[in-house]
Design a protein around this ligand. Structure first.
Ligand code: BT5
Length: 285
């Protein structure tokens, strides 16, 4: 356990650990790291630049929601990618790529080495499409915003809860690495591991999307789970998630009809996850 987990991020050590990144700005506080990197993109910045902040005063979630964490308690990072050559229809997979990178970091740096499927250790994995769950609670939020689509200039924003206490959690179904008992809470090491994983997964996505999606499926807790999907427009689908397609869509076997339905957008709840555990909104330990 880190004796003082809210020490500042060591910018020099972070940059030294990330030779694949052209530029990494480390800020004490900012409005939103996504807004900062969108501005860099607009100025014509090359890709693989990142902004990291210890505190955000206007952190953005999806659909105009906000993202909050006490100063120094979390990772807030945004990164610019220009995936030239990737078809516009496939750009929507980037949030899944980012989710997988967070899982990599949680396993390789935070100290939860394996998917303890149904075992005693914390279960880490993805709820389709890109929520990273730790013991069924939300550890991280991902927001991808486009400065342009053609040519593509995409900002990947990631917020990871590092050492928030139970009282500091903004919502009850959230969690932090510390609450799950992670042995490593050093934000310099965690941020370096996250940007390194993001660099590798994004490159894998461009070069070998088939292997990337195979890795995604292997880390997706929704696969095989009984789910309730709230579809856009308000309809509901109850069934078993049987696959994630190459384009990122979820395939659900409908309980009512036995038919397989392809879901490209919707809010998923895990009713019963693989290994008998539960994963989804509202769960508390
Ligand atoms: C997300 O939105 O999950 C995407 C959040 C992305 C945040 C990163 S931080 C770095 C970068 N810079 C930014 O400005 N944004 C990105 P969404 O699925 O809409 O979830 C938002 C909801 O999650 C809120 O309405 C709250 O209910 C909840 N929430 C807020 N802060 C949270 C936290 N720290 N942990 C867990 N849940 C949180």
């Amino acid at each position: 356990m880190n004796a003082n987990p809210r020490t500042p991020i060591d910018a020099g050590a972070l940059r030294a650990a990330l030779p694949a990144w052209r530029r990494v700005d480390v800020l004490e506080n900012t409005g939103s790291t996504n807004a900062d990197v969108l501005a860099l993109a607009k100025e014509g910045s090359p890709e693989r630049v990142a902004v990291v902040a210890s505190e955000q005063t206007a952190g953005r979630g999806r659909l105009s929601r906000s993202w909050t964490a006490p100063a120094g308690s979390a990772i807030a990072v945004s990164a610019l990618f220009r995936p030239v050559g990737v078809a516009p229809a496939r750009l929507g997979l980037l949030p899944l790529v980012a989710g997988l990178a967070v899982v990599d970091m949680v396993r390789s740096v935070a100290g939860f080495p394996s998917l303890a499927d149904g075992g005693d250790g914390p279960v880490v994995g993805l709820k389709w499409p890109n929520d990273v769950l730790l013991d069924g609670r939300k550890l991280c939020g991902i927001l991808v915003e486009a400065e342009s689509i053609d040519p593509p200039a995409l900002v990947v924003g990631i917020g990871v809860n590092v050492d928030l206490t139970e009282e500091e959690l903004p919502v009850p179904h959230a969690t932090s690495l510390a609450l799950a008992g992670a042995p490593v809470l050093d934000r310099t090491k965690l941020t370096a591991g996250l940007l390194d994983a993001l660099d590798r997964r994004e490159a894998q996505w461009r070069r070998n999307p088939v292997s990337l999606m195979a890795d995604y499926r292997a880390n997706c807790l929704t696969m095989g789970a009984e789910v309730r999907v709230e579809l856009p427009g308000g309809a509901e689908l109850l069934g078993t998630a049987v696959d994630v397609r190459q384009g990122g869509e979820l395939v659900v076997r409908d309980d009512a009809t036995g038919e397989e339905r392809v879901v490209s957008a919707g809010d998923v709840r895990h009713l019963r996850a693989r290994g008998g555990g539960y994963a989804g909104d509202g769960l508390r330990r």
